[in-house]
Design a protein around this ligand. Structure first.
Ligand SMILES: [Fe+2]
Ligand SMILES: [Fe+2]
Length: 562
């Protein structure tokens, strides 16, 4: 029987070794212990390395280091694997720092390295506020989940800790809940690898450190169900996704532990919020900070069109232009459209949401430039109030992740409506209610059809610290002109607004027409509308350009980046 002692290190191949090494030193907190040829070896404790970075043309796994106890254990492993038909491959790469090693390919072609005796170094590490304790685990996308899992359990002695239907298997070789996790993906690839932090306080310090260095957290902070570890995921400059984690379950009772089969749903891997993992994370792709094909660093890589079940909130006739370095704006072109009886897209033309969460410590400003070409509502067939501001709208919403508070800003063909809402949290209206916390402000700006305007919400958390209750302010602007503002004291105590100071907003933006949400209560099917009726009612061409997410400080706009 093979006894793998632990997952000791991972070795990656990247095309940009220098930049990647800088990232692991300055951001993650590792330290270079040795350079050998073009390869660089980094450590986070006394041991020689927990990460090896090799030069190569493309990003990929170089090898995964599985440590065995000693030379005898290595020899036992060689014999046990040979009995199953696995024989070591030639180890044609330099790797200082540990003793004897044997290389094998797993059933997906990943190179695994069984080794003994990682050397300890005498010289102390440089003092640093935060650094990982050790290498933690790796998650691999596998061609065929059960086949890949069988290799690690049958040939290498791993045990199944948990499963998520036929999508994920978490495997352990020691008391750590998982050292290897396997995803059913139809192809072989590294999804992410993880370094362990000491505790929740270190996660917090790491988050602050990432924020100060403009490194996006692409998923989390939250807690996984399987393993119950707290996690954040960040991209490295080569496009790898790394996880920084703590509080992984320890399984000491091998006799009585019973694996759970978890539902394959967002709440399983994000128990706090149930948010789905971003598509690029699921694909094992991080983000080069300067890769604008995935979105501008300012507006975030993670803008996407909202999907709900089969419904995609984008008019099929619309075209999306994703940001590039040359044109750093997310753009939606929606041509003139005709309202029809059976077309649900006559309601919503586009809703775009952000995967990123934007910290508000220094304030937050979100702007959208938009041309509103909404014809007058006079003579419309629904006898709607021509002054109703919602007939042709665009909206920006800042959604506080922790409390559910929404700062919403809608503009129409003529007017501006700004409001602050609270939902989900306990409020005078009860848990889950939607409760306007301020009266809608209607400002008649006489917006000309076809004209361009810039609409903006600025949120300022006030002068106190981020987590301390104190006065907050939100302002709504059109073309730089203040049209509405509110101030409130964020507190958890009645009778003031029962909200906690928003420290982190997500953002969504929408262009829509509310034809089935008229103030007289008509809805859905548009009663009385002849099914044959087809007429261009709002000959509407709306273009949204999302840009310039800014930090607002002391009344001045400061671009995070140019
Ligand atoms: Fe190695
Ligand atoms: Fe993980």
């Amino acid at each position: 029987m093979i006894n793998i002692k632990r997952l000791g290190h991972v070795a990656i191949t990247v095309p940009n070794v220098g930049e990647t090494v800088d990232f692991y030193e300055q951001i993650v907190g590792l330290e270079v212990s040795e350079r050998d040829g073009g390869a660089v070896f980094l450590r986070c404790n006394a041991e020689h390395h927990c990460l090896a970075i090799y030069p190569g043309e493309e990003r990929k796994l170089h090898h995964l280091g599985l440590e065995v106890t000693d030379g005898d254990a290595l020899e036992a492993a060689r014999n046990a694997l040979a009995q199953r038909g696995f024989h070591p491959h030639e180890r044609a790469y330099a790797e200082p720092g540990h003793g004897e090693a044997l290389c094998y390919l797993d059933v997906d072609g990943n190179r695994i390295e069984l080794y003994e005796g990682m050397r300890s170094l005498d010289q102390p590490l440089q003092p640093r506020e935060i650094r990982p304790l050790r290498f933690g685990h790796i998650t691999l996308q596998s061609i065929e989940l059960k086949r890949a899992a069988a290799f690690y359990t049958d040939a290498l002695g791993f045990r199944v800790s948990d499963t998520a239907e036929d999508a994920v298997i978490w495997l352990r070789c020691n008391q750590d809940h998982h050292g290897i996790a396997l995803l059913n993906a139809g192809h072989a690839k590294v999804n992410h690898y993880a370094y362990d932090l000491a505790d929740w306080n270190d996660v917090k310090r790491m988050c602050d450190h990432l924020w100060r260095n403009d490194v996006p957290i692409i998923y989390g902070p939250s807690r996984h169900g399987p393993g119950h570890n707290i996690f954040i995921y960040v991209p490295d400059p080569a496009g790898n996704v790394i996880e920084l984690t703590t509080e992984l379950d320890q399984i000491w009772d091998e006799e009585r532990y019973v694996p759970l089969d978890w539902p394959n749903e967002p709440r399983t891997v994000d128990v706090w919020r149930g948010l789905p993992a971003p598509p690029n994370l699921l694909a094992g792709d991080g983000r080069d900070f300067d890769d604008w094909t995935a979105g501008s660093p300012i507006i975030g890589a993670g803008w996407h069109v909202l999907q709900a079940g089969d419904f995609t909130a984008l008019d099929p006739a619309a075209t999306l232009t994703t940001p590039t370095r040359e044109r750093p704006e997310f753009k939606i072109d929606i041509p003139r459209f005709t309202i029809a009886f059976d077309n649900p897209l006559d309601h919503v033309k586009a809703i775009v949401t952000a995967d990123r969460r934007f910290a508000t410590g220094n304030g937050l400003s979100v702007a959208v430039d938009m041309a509103v070409d909404v014809h007058g509502t006079e003579g419309n067939p629904f006898a709607a109030d021509p002054d109703d501001p919602r007939l042709g709208c665009a909206a920006i919403a800042l959604i506080d992740d922790s409390t559910g508070m929404v700062i919403n800003f809608e503009i129409s063909n003529r007017r501006v409506m700004a409001l602050r809402e609270l939902f989900v949290v306990t409020a005078p209206g009860g848990v889950g209610s939607v409760l306007p916390m301020a009266d809608p402000a209607l400002t008649d700006l006489e917006i000309e059809p076809g004209s361009w305007h810039r609409y903006e919400i600025r949120y300022d958390p006030g002068e106190d610290s981020v987590l301390t209750p104190g006065p907050d302010r939100a302002e709504w602007y059109v073309d730089g002109e203040l049209v509405h503002q509110i101030e409130w004291v964020a507190t958890v105590d009645p009778p003031a607004a029962p909200v906690i100071k928003p420290i982190r907003f997500s953002v969504n933006m929408a262009i829509f027409t509310l034809l089935d949400d008229l103030p007289d209560g008509r809805g859905g099917i548009l009663p009385g509308l002849d099914p044959e009726y087809r007429q261009t009612i709002f000959g509407q061409g709306v273009t949204g350009r999302w840009r310039n997410l800014q930090v607002s400080q002391a009344g001045e706009q400061q671009h995070l980046r140019t």
